[in-house]
Design a protein around this ligand. Structure first.
Ligand SMILES: Nc1nc2c(ncn2[C@@H]2O[C@H](COP(=O)(O)OP(=O)(O)O)[C@@H](O)[C@H]2O)c(=O)[nH]1
Ligand SMILES: [Mg+2]
Length: 302
C-alpha cells in the first residue's frame, strides 16, 4: 500500500483577495497572472505543488462577485464549479476589508458545498494589527464552522508553510494525479496568452482590460530550440485598438517585450512573440472565445 496523498484544493474568494498570488507561491512558479486590478483571473487555473508525499493540486478560480455580464456569469460559475469539484476549499478574505458584503454572500453559498473540508485563510495580514485579526477570526467562525483558520500573507509568505502542511494531510490518500514535475495542467498556449493579457492589463486604463482577450493563434517549434508564437489581441472598438497599439505602436511593443521576457524565463529558451490587434465588436458574445479561456459559454446565459 502506498502512503501517497493527492487532492484538489479550490481557492475561492472575492476578486483581489490574493488567490492567484497564493497559488503561485504554493507552486513556486508563476502559473496564474496577478495584477492589482480586479477580475484578472478568468478561467479555472490549476497549479501543482508537492509537499512530502502529498500532491496538492490548487485550483485558482475567478473571484466570486455579483455577476452582471455574460463573461462575469461564466466566471462566477467556474469559481463555484471549482469549489464543488474540490476535496478541500480554502476561502480567502482580505484582513483589512474584513467581513464585507461580498464575503457574506460567499458565506451563504458555502452551505451548498456539502460535507467537504472548508478552511479559512485570512490574507494580507501584513496590512492589519493583531487585534483586528482576532476579532475577524471570531466573527468569521461564528458565521460559518470552518475546520481551520489560517492567517497568512500570500505575498510575503507568512503562514503559508503552516497552511501547506495542513493541506498535505487534509487531502485524501491516493496516487498522485500529475507527474511530479508538472506545474500546471493549463496548455502552454493558454499560459502564454495569459502572460500577454497580464502585461496589457498592467498598462491599460481601468475598463479596457475587461474588453479585451488574448489568444495564441500559432505556436511553432524551431530547429534552433526557440519557438515562434503568434497571438491575437481581440478588442471591441477601433478606439480600443488605438489605445492598445499606443502612439507609433509603442504600447503594444512594450507589452510584447515584457511578455516575451516572462515567457523566455518560464520556458527557459528563446521566444519570438508576434502580437496582432483585431477589432471584434462581439467577442464577448462568441462561444469560441469562452472555449479558449477555458470557460463554458452557456454558464453565462442569464
Ligand atoms: N499587502 C498584500 N498584498 C497582497 C497579498 N497577497 C496578494 N496581494 C496583492 O493583492 C492584489 C490581488 O492579488 P491577486 O492574487 O491577483 O488576487 P485574486 O484576484 O484573488 O487572484 C495584487 O496586487 C497582489 O499583489 C498580501 O499578502 N499582502
Ligand atoms: Mg486571480
Amino acid at each position: 500500500m502506498s502512503d501517497t496523498r493527492a487532492g484538489f484544493i479550490a481557492l475561492i474568494g472575492e476578486p483581489n483577495a490574493g488567490k492567484s498570488t497564493l497559488l503561485n507561491r504554493m507552486v513556486g512558479a508563476k502559473v496564474s497572472i496577478v495584477t492589482h486590478k480586479v477580475q484578472t483571473t478568468r478561467a479555472r487555473i490549476r497549479g501543482v505543488a508537492m509537499e512530502g508525499q502529498s500532491q496538492l493540486v490548487f485550483v485558482d478560480t475567478p473571484g466570486l462577485f455579483q455577476p452582471r455580464r455574460r463573461l462575469d456569469r461564466a466566471m462566477v460559475a467556474a469559481a463555484w464549479g471549482g469549489a464543488a469539484d474540490a476535496d478541500v476549499v480554502v476561502l480567502m478574505i482580505e484582513a483589512h476589508r474584513g467581513m464585507s458584503d461580498g464575503v457574506k454572500a460567499i458565506l451563504d453559498g458555502l452551505g451548498d458545498l456539502g460535507d467537504r473540508r472548508i478552511a479559512l485563510a485570512i490574507n494580507k495580514i501584513d496590512k492589519v494589527k493583531s487585534e483586528t485579526l482576532l476579532a475577524l477570526t471570531q466573527a468569521m467562525n461564528e458565521a460559518f464552522a470552518f475546520e481551520k483558520t489560517f492567517m497568512i500573507s500570500a505575498e510575503k509568505g507568512h503562514g503559508c508553510d503552516t497552511l501547506r502542511a495542513w493541506l498535505a494531510q487534509a487531502v485524501p490518500l491516493g496516487p498522485w494525479l500529475y507527474p511530479e514535475d508538472q506545474l500546471s495542467d493549463l496548455p502552454m498556449r493558454m499560459i502564454a496568452a495569459e502572460m500577454t493579457r497580464e502585461k496589457l492589463t498592467l498598462r491599460l486604463h481601468q475598463e479596457l482590460p475587461y474588453q479585451l482577450t488574448v489568444e495564441t493563434e500559432n505556436w511553432e517549434e524551431r530547429k534552433d530550440g526557440s519557438c515562434k508564437i503568434d497571438q491575437l489581441v481581440y478588442v471591441m472598438r477601433d478606439g480600443h485598438k488605438g489605445i492598445v497599439l499606443g502612439n507609433k505602436g509603442e504600447t503594444i511593443k512594450a507589452v510584447g517585450q515584457a511578455a516575451r521576457a516572462e515567457l523566455e524565463e518560464f520556458l527557459g529558451r528563446k521566444v519570438h512573440l508576434f502580437l496582432q490587434v483585431k477589432v471584434r465588436p462581439n467577442w464577448l458574445e462568441e462561444s469560441e472565445r469562452y472555449d479558449e479561456m477555458g470557460l463554458n459559454f452557456k454558464d453565462g446565459n442569464s
